[in-house]
Each structure stands twice: as C-alpha cells, then as structure tokens.
Ligand binder design. Structure first.
Ligand code: TYC
Length: 118
C-alpha cells in the first residue's frame, strides 16, 4: 500500500498544515509536541552449547513469539550468528536483556543477549 501524503510529511510540514509552507510557522510554536523515544534492538547471539529448544522457549517467554516465529529467529541466529528479538524503548530493552540473561544463567546455558541503539 502506498504511504499517504500525511505519512510522508516531516513534523515541520505537519505543523505547518497540509500543503503548508515549511519553516514559516509562528516563531513561538514548537516544531513538534511529540518527541519520539530512542529505540533499541534486542539481539540474541549464537553459541555452540545452548540447546535450540531452550532458545525457542526463551523467545516465546520473553518476546511473546509464536513457536513458528521463535523457531525462525532461533534458526536465523544459529546460522548467521546474531538476530533481532525485537525493538523497544531503552528501559523495556534493558529489562528483556536482563530477563534472558538471568533465565540462561539459572539453567547454566551460555546464551548471550545484548542491546544496541537502532
Ligand atoms: N548453536 C546452538 C546449537 O547448535 C543453538 C543456538 C541458537 C544457540 C541460537 C544460541 O542464540 C542461539 N545448539
């Protein structure tokens, strides 16, 4: 589906109104009222020891994936070395990384999970 005109506009253009003249709004008006939060990718890393079933279970439990999606992501990580589990705000991403690392440690698996700015 093609992007709408509205979706293609910058915040400045929206602030100026549809078809408005960018950059000629009132000097007192903020450029945008809705600052978007920074986003972070949560990454899963491959290793030689963690069982595939454990990785699938981890993706289902902490990232709410179906068994099909979890298996797809696990196999991607197994084959490519790294894969994206999801994209979140900083605090949510940090919580997910900690949950995965704690879960792996409890089960004595070397599974590693990390985050990086998008
Ligand atoms: N490479 C592991 C194995 O062969 C499976 C695995 C997949 C481990 C993904 C970690 O993030 C991972 N048992």
């Amino acid at each position: 589906m093609a992007a709408s005109r509205h979706e293609l506009m910058s915040d400045d253009e929206r602030d100026a109104g549809v078809g408005g003249r960018t950059g000629v709004g009132l000097a007192t008006k903020p450029e945008s009222k809705t600052a978007k939060p920074a986003l972070y990718k949560v990454l899963m890393l491959n290793d030689d020891y963690t069982p595939m079933e454990f990785v699938v279970l981890t993706l289902q439990r902490f990232f709410k994936m179906s068994i099909e999606d979890a298996t797809r992501v696990m196999l991607h990580v197994h084959q490519r070395g790294v894969g994206v589990c999801g994209i979140f705000t900083y605090e949510v991403a940090e919580t997910k990384v900690n949950q995965v690392m704690d879960f792996a440690r409890q089960h004595q698996h070397p599974l590693q999970c990390t985050m990086e700015k998008e």
